[in-house]
Ligand binder design. Structure first.
Ligand code: SF4
Length: 172
């Protein structure tokens, strides 16, 4: 344990774990905990980004979109990394919206947890879109699927135009 204290990243992990517990407990028990201070980060803005991410993970302060993505496997029907990056680039500013990105329809819909919208591989090169756990759009060509996802979010009243300051809060 002492070694962990001497190692900088070890100290940070310990602090983050403590903060997660503190924020989670305080928000559940007392309805407080929407601000924290993280110290020890040298890069400018890193402590701020880390603080926001901890608060979002604890459910205490939602400032950006939440994502659920499958780990990918032999069934994955699209490039999960590049697709996730594209979806994030288009939707990251949607505060409070949860989007699932799943590689296939075999297990994807069952693993989307409580996502508001789902982007799921339906066939090679084709995507199905979900609202909650219900499939509502089928066999969309992959090239236009992110735009159709944006349309779907709009149809359900959860779309807002990106604000200029959103990128500044985006954690790495
Ligand atoms: S959702 Fe489909 S592609 Fe993703 S890990 Fe599960 S089975 Fe594999």
């Amino acid at each position: 344990m002492e070694k962990a204290y001497r190692h900088r990243s070890g100290i940070l992990r310990l602090r983050v774990a403590t903060l997660r517990m503190t924020v989670g407990n305080s928000s559940q028990l007392f309805g407080i905990g929407d601000a924290i201070l993280v110290q020890g980060e040298e890069a400018p803005g890193q402590a701020l980004r880390l603080s926001y991410n901890i608060l979002q993970a604890a459910g205490s302060r939602i400032f950006k979109t939440d994502y659920v993505a499958c780990p990918s496997c032999g069934r994955t029907l699209f490039n999960l990394q590049t697709t996730t990056a594209k979806i994030k680039a288009a939707t990251l500013h949607l505060k409070g919206v949860k989007i699932a990105i799943m590689g296939c329809i075999v297990n994807g819909p069952g693993e989307m947890a409580d996502a508001d919208f789902g982007y799921v591989g339906g066939a090679p090169g084709k995507v199905n879109l979900y609202v909650g756990k219900t499939a509502v759009k089928f066999n969309i060509p992959e090239a236009e699927a992110v735009d159709r996802l944006k349309d779907l979010i709009r149809e359900h009243g959860k779309w807002i135009e990106p604000a200029h300051h959103a990128a500044a809060l985006e954690p790495a």
